[in-house]
Design a protein around this ligand. Structure first.
Ligand code: SF4
Length: 388
């Protein structure tokens, strides 16, 4: 089923934001939605995933029609081979999930779901729903490679799951007991991020968020800045966010000259948001000036650029004609590890070249204690307290 064209005020994809900042939906409504090449690439990847799922899992297309439609999508100038690869991974993951069901489950691709029992006027489109026996699977494909999205406690997935329960209620009644929600983000994770909860846990979560959703919908919510501001359409112009970021000095006790390590920690945490906010302000100001608006004290200039040949082949030919040898004008270099891996594919690369691959210890990098990576372990740290 095609996704509805109108947008919900409280969309599932922005739920992680409006559940924390209940003022966001009405505040954001005054800003136009922008698109980017990344978003367009994501939409194309979704369209290819949908087509492959309809062909491979629903068997609703002839091979000829499938190839014709796929080739048409591949003609999009932003298409690249990586989309073909990641959409194949997605289909493989779906097949693995379907295999577990006996008998064959009900499968819906790009399925409309209505979760308005919990969120006013709430609806959305699930990439894939698999349902059968006493279980429901919700799978969402994400094409982004910047931020890994976790399925655990993910409100978008839970809202989709509530909508999916409603969608199949007339078929399965109350027989569905467990809901498994999975986020497939092949450009970041080889596996799938998953969370399984019982239907009663899901419904009780839905009931808990209902008053927040109502507040956000009514326009009576409160501004609450935080990490979730990142994807808010009003993140540069929001005064609540600005006020939070310019109160940094409150973290410093002026009676003591030297910052304590605890204060440094507090400032590092606050500073991270400050840097993100400043970046958003800069992007806003750049766009505003390019649109002809005035941002006092600022202007836009052409950034630094490096010289390039307008026609590299003709330039090299001219160098050879001028008496330079091929060895003078060409650098022969082996392909990089990443290029060879792309050429051979992961399995063949591992087979042929795996023995030559080493991963040197990266440079020490400061991250939050919640980061999943193991703490840095240099020789100096190993022998701390042993060497005098
Ligand atoms: S920028 Fe942050 S605080 Fe302001 S409306 Fe958006 S989410 Fe809320």
């Amino acid at each position: 089923m095609s996704p509805p064209t109108k947008h919900a005020l409280l969309s599932a994809s922005s739920a992680a934001r409006w559940l924390l900042c209940t003022a966001a939906p009405h505040f954001e409504a005054q800003f136009l939605e922008s698109t980017s090449e990344y978003a367009e690439e994501g939409s194309l990847a979704h369209a290819i995933c949908e087509l492959k799922a309809v062909y491979c899992l629903k068997k609703q297309l002839t091979k000829e029609s499938y190839i014709q439609k796929l080739n048409l999508l591949k003609q999009n100038p932003i298409y690249n081979d990586e989309i073909d690869r990641t959409s194949d991974i997605y289909i493989q993951h779906l097949k693995e999930k379907i295999k577990i069901y006996k008998p064959r489950p009900n499968i819906a691709i790009e399925a409309y779901v209505d979760f308005s029992d919990y969120v006013p006027e709430g609806f959305g489109t699930c990439d894939c729903i698999i349902v059968g026996n006493n279980r429901l699977d919700i799978i969402d494909y994400k094409h982004g490679k910047g931020v890994a999205v976790e399925a655990k406690n993910n409100p978008q997935m839970r809202l989709y799951a509530l909508g999916a329960l409603k969608r199949y209620k007339h078929v399965y009644g109350n027989s569905i007991e467990n809901v498994r929600m999975a986020i497939d983000q092949p450009r970041i994770n080889a596996g799938v991020s998953e969370e399984t909860i019982t239907v009663s846990e899901l419904i009780s979560w839905g009931k808990n968020i209902k008053p927040l959703a109502q507040k956000a919908f009514n326009g009576t919510g409160e501004f609450k800045p935080g990490k979730h501001c990142r994807f808010c359409r009003g993140n540069a112009q929001c005064k609540a966010r600005a006020n939070t970021n310019i109160t940094l000095q409150n973290y410093i006790d002026k009676s003591i000259d030297k910052l304590t390590n605890t204060e440094i920690s507090e400032l590092l945490i606050k500073g991270k948001e400050l840097v993100a906010w400043y970046k958003d302000l800069k992007a806003y100001a750049l766009n505003a000036i390019l649109k002809g608006e005035n941002i006092p004290e600022f202007k836009v200039v052409a950034g630094r650029s490096t010289r390039i040949f307008s026609d590299p082949d003709a330039a090299i030919a001219a160098a050879i004609k001028a008496g330079y040898s091929e060895n003078d004008v060409y650098n022969h270099r082996p392909k990089t590890l990443a290029e060879l891996e792309k050429l051979m594919g992961k399995a063949e690369f591992e087979n042929n070249l795996g023995a030559f691959v080493v991963k040197p210890l990266g440079t020490p990098t400061l991250v939050s204690v919640n980061d999943k990576r193991v703490p840095y372990n240099s020789a100096e740290i190993d022998f701390a307290g042993v060497i005098k």
